[in-house]
Ligand binder design. Structure first.
Ligand SMILES: [Zn+2]
Ligand SMILES: [Zn+2]
Length: 395
């Protein structure tokens, strides 16, 4: 990274800090659940418009999504930064999406100040409902990334973790249908849909012994009957099925469905299944892009942790990573302490000076990485080559 860029980036970030801090604190104070992030998305859009972005809002018919574009004066690659701003029930911004939004939008704004000279286009996407029914899935399916060269999303955490993996996940509901009858007077005339459902859970427990240790199958009974003296004619369970890649997820889904079919058969009931939330694909980190980002962070005095993380969640960034080269690294906001996400403690960390310093460094790392790609077509080609080998060939 040329010195002249570094100095410019540093001064841009210094100027942006009060606005980004204000954005994060406003969103912290107004936590909104997925698809209800009206104030949060509006605050992002207003800031991006002030900085000269052309914004489509709502985007793809989603009220709280947006697509903000700043086209540089000269041609070059298109870099996308993805912002999230949804909160969690009860604890507000326990996942730190207030700071996530400010950081990724901040990186977009910082880069927009440089692309007139460096070349290229910057896109900031407002991506609603990451915690529930993530719209990165909708965007990946709708072709949002067709004209994008690389995509970044960075998440607050208790360490500077390099982009890794996440699990592919499907949200499947199973509905069992039987026949009501009086549970004491004429149980022999009924078909017990709750037995079918419980059989299903027991079948899944048997299956679990033979599945890959990294895979997960877990569920709850959402509707289990109305009264103890009535044989239930309808029950419904919601499940998540997770695996490290799509081929194994496809295999596992079929096995879980067979568990439900067998449960229904044994209780003389019928079964239907369907999806109740969007399916998330596994995250495929573009290692070339990830190394470039890690080196840039190192130049800022941050050593990225490259060991695999223990936590195995699923995220809608997975879908993005399967249509465009992408990374999803983490930045530390907990001042050296170990604090898990989805807690009130983690939420409070987003307001600290340490967190804002981490935001500044992360914005610098993201901007440097984009400038590296804009200035070196060879590097971008290597990123794309890896993408075709690792993602396109596997799908
Ligand atoms: Zn999160
Ligand atoms: Zn979360």
């Amino acid at each position: 990274m040329a010195k002249q860029w570094k100095e410019k980036v540093e001064s841009i970030i210094k100027q942006l800090r009060p606005e980004l801090q204000e954005l994060s604190e406003y969103i912290y104070a107004n936590p909104e659940m997925g698809h209800e992030e009206f104030l949060s998305s509006k605050a992002h859009v207003e800031l991006l418009r002030q900085h000269g972005f052309e914004v489509e809002y709502p985007y793809l018919g989603i009220g709280t999504a947006f697509r903000a574009v700043y086209k540089g004066k000269t041609a070059g690659p298109t870099i996308a930064y993805l912002s999230e701003y949804d909160a969690l029930p009860g604890i507000g911004h326990g996942c730190g999406h207030n700071l996530l939004g400010a950081t990724d939008t901040g990186a977009g704004i910082a880069l927009s100040k440089l692309v007139d000279e460096a070349g290229g286009t910057v896109i900031v996407l407002g991506t609603p409902a990451e915690e529930t029914n993530g719209d990165k899935v909708t965007m990946s399916d709708a072709g949002t990334f067709d004209d994008v060269d690389v995509a970044f999303c960075t998440h607050p955490s208790d360490g500077y973790y390099a982009s890794g993996t996440s699990m592919a996940m499907e949200a499947i509901e199973f509905r069992f249908y039987g026949q009501t009858s009086h549970a004491a007077a004429s149980p022999y005339e009924g078909n017990n849909a709750l037995d079918a459902c419980i059989n299903f859970f027991n079948n899944v427990s048997s299956l679990r012994q033979q599945i890959h240790p990294s895979a997960r199958v877990h569920g709850v009974i959402k509707e289990g009957g109305e009264a103890a003296n009535v044989i239930p004619d309808y029950t419904r369970a919601e499940f998540y099925v997770r695996a490290m890649d799509m081929p194994y997820l496809n295999e596992l889904r079929e096995k879980v469905i067979r568990c439900a079919e067998a449960g229904a058969l044994a209780a003389n009931c019928t079964m239907e299944w369907g999806y109740y939330e969007a399916a998330y694909k596994n995250l495929i980190t573009n290692e070339t892009l990830s190394s470039l980002y890690n080196e840039n962070m190192q130049s800022l005095g941050i050593e990225m942790i490259t060991e695999e993380r223990d936590s195995m969640g699923s995220m809608d960034m997975g879908n993005v990573s399967q249509v465009v080269p992408a990374i999803n690294p983490y930045f530390e906001i907990t001042n050296g302490k170990s604090v898990s996400g989805h807690t009130t403690e983690f939420r409070e960390c987003t307001l600290t000076e340490e967190a804002y310093k981490a935001m500044d460094k992360t914005i610098a790392g993201l901007t440097y990485t984009a400038l590296d790609l804009i200035g070196n077509p060879d590097k971008l080609n290597k990123v794309k080559e890896e993408f075709s080998n690792s993602v396109i060939s596997k799908n």
